[in-house]
Design a protein. Structure first.
Length: 461
């Protein structure tokens, strides 16, 4: 495992809870990637040749991550802002992914079509992989990319967001003791480093998580060398509450499905559709929780919601909220920045929101939740499906069979019943429409990093 040290240029990283600098990372030049990817290619031949050694290395990597859990979690909270308990959970998930994929192996399949020929489908790694990771879950999303890629026998160059490079670089140092050199290289830098990485002719697969516009640019860059792409491009998940829902019974789960990690979760609930007769009750239940939740520095053990990660995202959240309020929406809770240092925005519940408001139709990616009434289930489903996104969605009610029938009508990759944004390591994760291309998670994530290799042999020889 290697982390690029750079040549004197630096990225200063801001603690979003204080506004102060909390560390520095190298700012790599795009032209320096050639040497990095060259080493990654040379490491690939040995890494792909020994599956048993890969398994041992990945299991050792999981142990090393857990041993460094305290340092990783605290640094993650300082640069990302999330409560320390959530950072510990992210570190644990990182180790769990390594263990899960270490135990997966592709299966050779024998084909038969009646001819006297034995045909076998075997699997080979695609080659060096580029991973570009956003700032909301730097470690977890990195592991979601490097664990299956390495388990499949590929090598990787990993680029974290310039907003959150520190914990990823520490992770690289932690893993250096258990992974062979140049199998996984962490590079940090501002644009156009990511664009160069995605378009580099030495990269055979590009896996990216981030915005739709950037995802399109990544795909265009990868097309130059016909590299495979896996794109997870965010979402605008809708929660549909049915008329038999137990409002008080689901309010806590619904609130945290929207506000975990300060709402900075691609598959968070970002809009809620409620029967008109229950609308006021749902707004009040959510507003009570928004007003009473502890907001502050993630290192404070009492904090439940931290800051927005960066100034640009804070400005976007404020702008979308301000436009909605100007168009007639009302803030039942929050609706404004909080005084003091740091990138804090009050947990916000919006009501009376115009359905075509940008805070409804776009991904706000922050602690803001519009709650909209509906008159019929058909109207709610049409509204839920009425954006360009299709990552996830959920339906809530006391009759799970009825709720599942409604969920089956949602145009998304994952639908939940009476909960939201919970994933198993063994399940596929993918979006439809603008929410992505390709599949991550489970065996699908492993095979996404492999290519089939077919061997034909006459029977009896």
């Amino acid at each position: 495992m290697r982390t690029f040290e750079g040549a004197g240029r630096g990225i200063f990283v801001t603690d979003p809870a204080t506004g102060e600098t909390c560390g520095e990372a190298p700012d790599m030049r795009p032209d320096e990637l050639d040497a990095v990817i060259g080493r990654t290619h040379r490491a690939w031949s040995e890494w792909r040749a020994d599956p048993a050694a890969r398994t041992r290395a990945l299991l050792g990597a999981a142990d090393a991550v857990e041993a460094a859990g305290d340092d990783l979690a605290r640094l993650l909270t300082r640069e990302q802002g999330k409560p320390l308990a959530e950072s510990y959970a992210e570190v644990a998930r990182t180790a769990a992914r390594l263990r899960y994929f270490a135990d997966l192996a592709p299966r050779t399949r024998r084909l038969s079509d009646g001819r006297p020929v034995r045909s076998e489908v075997r699997w080979r790694p695609v080659g060096p992989v580029a991973a570009i990771v956003p700032w909301n879950f730097p470690l977890q999303l990195a592991a979601a990319k490097f664990a299956p890629a390495l388990a499949a026998g590929n090598t990787m160059v990993l680029k974290p967001s310039p907003y959150t490079p520190l914990a990823t670089r520490l992770l690289g140092s932690v893993l250096a003791a258990v992974l062979p050199e140049d199998v996984l290289t962490v590079v940090t830098g501002r644009e156009p480093l990511g664009a160069r990485l995605a378009s580099h002719p030495g990269i055979r697969h590009v896996t990216f998580t981030g915005s739709v516009p950037t995802g399109r640019a990544v795909a265009e860059g990868a097309a130059a060398s016909l590299a495979r792409v896996t794109l997870e491009l965010g979402g605008n998940d809708a929660a549909v509450l049915l008329d038999d829902v137990d409002v008080e019974g689901v309010a806590d789960r619904l609130f945290w499905a929207a506000f975990r990690n300060c709402g900075q979760v691609c598959m968070a609930v970002k809009r809620v559709y409620v029967p008109a007769r229950l609308h006021a009750e749902v707004v009040e239940a959510l507003a009570q929780r928004a007003k009473s939740v502890a907001v502050g520095n993630g290192l404070d053990p009492d904090t439940r919601i931290g800051p927005v990660n960066n100034a640009a995202q804070l400005a976007r959240v404020a702008e979308l909220t301000g436009r909605a309020l100007a168009d007639g929406a009302r803030a039942a809770a929050g609706g404004h920045r909080l005084d003091g240092p740091g990138h804090f925005f009050a947990p916000t519940i919006l009501t009376d929101v115009p359905p075509d408001s940008a805070v409804v139709t776009e991904e706000q990616f922050g602690p803001v939740l519009p709650v909209l009434p509906y008159r019929s289930v058909d109207e709610a489903v049409d509204a839920a499906n009425g954006t360009g996104f299709g990552l996830g969605g959920s339906v809530w009610g006391t009759d799970p069979d009825r709720a599942e029938a409604v969920a089956d009508r949602l145009e998304c990759g994952t639908a939940w019943i009476n909960h939201h944004a919970e994933l198993s390591l063994a399940q596929p994760f993918a979006g439809v429409k603008d929410s992505g291309v390709g599949v991550a998670g489970g065996p699908w994530g492993l095979y996404g990093n492999l290519r089939p290799f077919v061997v034909h042999r006459p029977e009896g020889t």
